[in-house]
Design a protein around this ligand. Structure first.
Ligand code: ADP
Ligand code: MG
Length: 382
């Protein structure tokens, strides 16, 4: 990919530049915990974005997308926003840097390409933002700390791309480290690296290639349920429950007759999921990947039966994983489609993929897409 980008850069701009890269991400466990003040557990992957950049002596950015074979130019003022969505990520990063640091940017030429599948749940957009946030910080010697670089990516999505996302994707893409996952506390924003080096296992995503329409309205209703239960807990003897992260199952039982059955199930899932992330951390410290896998299955069951954000395609993939002896499997991301993430013993890997392809195609008429991933470094200069 590097050679390809360099070739296109030279073709367009008749010179060479400096290369930077960043990564997509997975989340091993900790789903729907972010807005409940809990933990997520992401890591950067070996699929990412690479950009070549060189100053051009003007006050404009000249940008070429290798993958889309598309070129555009834009200035740094708010009214200069480019029409192409891919370019708005770069423009947004520039604008967010300027909002924080003043008029510190100068015109540059850039070409970029990536191998994070778009919209498959590995956050190609965060890889794109993080590459440019990291690169521009380095080139213009801005000394912006890494957490702020992640926030620049997040603010780009909010303000220039119309996506009100959390911080996890950009965080993982910026801070990712080979052989490590990161437990991020979504309330305090503190984080810790945990070793993830599952020798004898592979991590593979199976993309159902479906996205059910329900997703965003259902997401909002789940958030409401969580807030309802927190409110009821606060009014009934637990004034310190700011988020469900502060609750435990005993507290939930104590308010059970004051909430709906549905809200009870939603809250039970979240409380258990927050604890599962902590359990996985202990298991990783002990190198116990079998326990990690069991927790992944528990998450899937919770997301399917209690939180009700799975769908038949994802449940089907999860069932096949169980049947094939896969160590851990669960829906990754918000639900209603997208991928399952699977932790598979190497000797079972080929069989699992074959069975999943055949059986899924029989039932749903198309193959799942298969993405093996390795936990790798995040944003960096090449
Ligand atoms: P994801 O879940 O993968 O982040 P998004 O819809 O948030 O999906 O972001 C995908 C968008 O990011 C694309 O529509 C495009 O604008 C941009 N993008 C991602 N990868 C590339 C790429 N390799 N080349 C150009 N643009 C890309
Ligand atoms: Mg995205």
């Amino acid at each position: 990919m590097q050679q390809e980008i360099k070739k296109h850069f030279v073709e367009h701009f008749q010179k060479e530049g400096q290369m930077y890269a960043s990564a997509g991400r997975i989340n091993l466990i900790g789903e729907h915990t972010d807005y409940n003040g809990g933990f997520v557990f992401p890591g950067a992957i070996d699929k990412g974005m690479i950009a070549m950049i060189s100053l051009n002596g003007t006050d404009k950015v000249r940008a070429y997308s290798v993958d889309l074979d598309d070129y555009t130019e834009f200035g740094f003022n708010e009214e200069d926003a480019p029409a192409q969505s891919w370019a708005r990520y770069i423009f947004g990063v520039c604008r967010e840097i300027i909002k924080r640091s003043g008029n510190v940017l100068k015109g540059f030429d850039t070409a970029f390409a990536g191998d994070v599948p778009l919209g498959a749940g590995m956050s190609s957009s965060a890889a794109l933002e993080s590459t440019y946030a990291f690169a521009l910080n380095d080139i213009f010697e801005l000394n912006i700390d890494k957490f702020e670089l992640a926030k620049i990516g997040q603010a780009t999505e909010h303000n220039y791309c119309g996506v009100k996302c959390g911080i996890m994707d950009q965080f993982a893409s910026i801070f990712g480290k080979e052989g490590h996952l990161m437990r991020l506390d979504c309330r305090s924003m503190e984080f810790e690296y945990f070793p993830f080096d599952p020798k004898g296992y592979k991590v593979v995503l199976l993309d159902s290639v479906v996205k059910h329409e329900l997703a965003s309205s259902a997401y909002n209703r789940r958030r409401e349920s969580c807030e309802n239960v927190c409110n009821v807990m606060r009014e009934n003897g637990y004034p310190k429950v700011e988020f469900l992260r502060d609750a435990n199952l005993d507290m939930l039982e104590a308010v059970k007759d004051k909430i709906t059955e549905e809200d009870y199930c939603r809250a039970k899932y979240v409380i258990e999921e927050v604890q599962r992330v902590l359990d996985v951390c202990d298991a990783l410290n002990a190198g116990d990947y079998e326990t990690v896998g069991e927790k992944m299955y528990q998450t899937h069951a919770g997301m399917s039966k209690l939180y009700e954000v799975s769908c038949q395609e994802l449940d089907f993939l999860n069932d096949i994983a169980r049947e094939c002896g896969v160590t851990g499997s669960r829906v990754m991301g918000g639900g209603f489609g997208g991928c399952t993430i699977n932790l598979v013993k190497e000797e079972l890997y080929e069989n699992f993929l074959n069975v999943a392809k055949v059986r899924f195609t029989e039932k749903f008429g198309h193959e799942p897409k298969i993405y093996p991933v390795v936990i790798s470094n995040g944003a960096r200069k090449l």
